[in-house]
Write a protein that binds this ligand. Structure first.
Ligand code: ADP
Ligand code: MG
Length: 453
């Protein structure tokens, strides 16, 4: 058997065990380079892929290699330049992918699930590995593995995708189980309506308690809605006593949700919490490669994908958006775009950070900490206000390049030394306060997300 044949057989077996997205991400451009005394040398396209294969897939690869070549003892991965590796032979598009546009619009009315979001199309990397593993565990043993599961992280990092995948997979594995996905805003509105309408009050409780899997997206929006929190707490209690699964997403950790009933907070924290963070450059590139797999005709060249991965640093939604824009442009022109053209298109679509207004920063901070904006300008020294004010000052300096006198002026005519003090205080706290770092990241993710709209 030649190296090529052996690898082809092995990949075939591996493909069956992995989701298509993960298979394309990690195995598309690999090849056996050599064999020597039971050792197999496998070439990979980057240090990133090499490391991931070594850490995550070594056993799996070895197992399947051995079924075809029992003499194999070990594997060594190495990095090769793209030109030496096989072109990424991606699986032919599955029929359902061609119907994506239709499926995209189709949301099941009973469950609110969109079939577009599945584990199959979810790419796993260091940035979301734990959240993904926890989500899978929940679908295997709903109500028993981690209850509740609480997934949190910034905008556009795949929380909704993951939550919906849990729902879709659970439906597939346990058709008898009742699954319900709902945004927290809608959930809270439902409850408000029911509370005001006596005849509805019991009905809504019954409705929610009847679900085996309840998925609540963006639960940070429950903050301040006292009546809804009360009902939510009772619904969760009833559900968890009956071992029914609840899954939450949020843009922040429970401890960072302000105006949240302590009982609810401890419920959120009582199961499994997993965060998703921003993907690094290598992961962004891997995501772009996976998302263009099987679409050879309009697939941008390798250096274009690298360029997109290097300039779009915020989140996966933006990354997808940029990729779609490039592909759409190239379809219209019926030819691949040059690097210059890509740069031009992306620079039009991504606003530089400077275009943020000071007002915008202040508003985002006030919203995040749930204090009325005007409090930030007033003289009050209340702790709930002082901290957000300092954070807003810090951001004005750091992201807006405001001068200290300007910042002092902006906040109710304070002295420039107040602005300096705030800046240094927050800079210092950021070094040692993990929670503050997380909050800052979320504030920025909202800031730059809104900036694009
Ligand atoms: P969030 O709910 O965290 O704001 P979404 O789940 O809406 O983010 O994700 C934004 C977009 O990015 C969606 O189109 C989603 O399919 C895509 N996406 C996010 N994470 C992944 C991933 N790990 N693999 C593939 N696509 C992803
Ligand atoms: Mg979401």
């Amino acid at each position: 058997m030649t190296n090529e044949e052996l690898w082809k057989l092995t990949l075939h077996d591996i493909e069956i065990e992995l989701s298509p997205a993960n298979f394309a991400t990690w195995f598309a451009q690999t090849a056996i380079l050599d064999q020597l005394n039971g050792k197999i040398m496998v070439g990979t396209p980057s240090a990133f892929v090499k490391e991931w294969l070594e850490n995550k897939y070594l056993k799996l690869v070895l197992k399947h290699l051995r079924t075809h070549a029992p003499e194999v003892r070990s594997i060594e991965f190495s990095i090769l330049s793209q030109s030496m590796l096989p072109p990424s032979k991606t699986p032919p598009p599955k029929p359902h992918e061609e119907q994506m546009d239709f499926r995209e619009l189709y949301v099941d009315k009973d469950t609110n699930l969109n079939p577009r979001y599945t584990f199959d199309t979810f790419i796993v990397g260091r940035f979301n590995e734990i959240a993904h593993a926890a989500a899978l565990a929940v679908t295997e043993k709903p109500g028993l593995a981690y209850n509740p599961l609480y997934i949190y992280g910034g905008v556009g990092l795949g929380k909704t995708h993951l939550l919906q995948s849990i729902g879709n997979q659970t439906r597939a594995l346990f058709p008898a189980k009742r699954v319900y996905y709902v945004s927290t805003e809608r959930f809270a509105n439902d409850i408000m309506f029911a509370i005001r309408t006596p005849s509805e009050k019991e009905a809504i409780k019954e409705k929610y308690r009847s679900f085996d899997l309840l998925i609540l997206d963006d639960v940070q929006f429950i903050a301040n809605r006292t009546a809804s929190q009360e009902e939510m707490f009772h619904i969760f209690n009833a559900m968890s006593e009956a071992s029914k699964q609840i899954v939450f997403s949020s843009d922040r950790a429970p401890k960072s949700i302000i105006n949240l009933d302590d009982r609810l907070r401890s419920r959120f924290e009582g199961g499994m919490m997993a965060d998703v963070v921003e993907p690094d450059y290598e992961t962004r590139l891997a995501i772009l490669q996976a998302k263009t797999a099987g679409k050879e005709e309009y697939r941008p060249a390798a250096d274009i994908l690298e360029y997109i991965a290097s300039v779009i640093q915020t989140n996966i939604r933006e990354l997808e958006g940029a990729l779609n824009t490039i592909v759409a442009n190239s379809k219209i022109r019926r030819r691949p775009l040059s690097a210059e053209e890509v740069k031009e298109i992306l620079s039009k679509n991504t606003k530089p950070r400077k275009s943020l207004s000071a007002q915008h920063i202040i508003k985002s901070v006030a919203q995040f900490y749930d204090v009325p904006e005007r409090f930030l300008f007033e003289k009050t020294r209340r702790k709930e206000v002082v901290r957000p004010r300092q954070i807003a000052m810090y951001l004005l300096r750091e992201d807006f390049s405001g001068s200290y006198p300007y910042i002092g002026q902006k906040f109710g005519g304070r002295d420039h030394t107040t602005a300096i003090h705030a800046y240094l205080k927050i800079s210092n706290d950021l070094k040692k306060d993990e929670r503050l770092r997380e909050e800052m990241k979320t504030i920025r993710s909202h800031l730059y997300e809104d900036d694009k709209s």
